[in-house]
Design a protein around this ligand. Structure first.
Ligand SMILES: [Zn+2]
Length: 65
């Protein structure tokens, strides 16, 4: 099982955009800052495990079952 790192590529006051660093994957998710919501924009490589962090925001892929 592959492990991909995600990096912050943009943010506003309410949300943070995380993008996978794997060129073949392209997973993109948006995380809410104040609420623990996660919105998947692009699934990318669905079987891979994704993680990343930025400031106080931490992503640990809970939906990659
Ligand atoms: Zn990925």
């Amino acid at each position: 099982m592959s492990v991909h790192r995600m990096v912050c590529e943009g943010e506003n006051s309410a949300e943070v955009l995380f993008v996978c660093t794997d060129d073949q994957c392209g997973r993109r998710v948006v995380l809410g800052k104040s609420s623990p919501k996660i919105v998947v924009i692009d699934d990318g490589e669905f079987g891979a495990s994704h993680f990343g962090s930025m400031g106080g925001v931490f992503i640990d892929d809970v939906d990659a079952a």
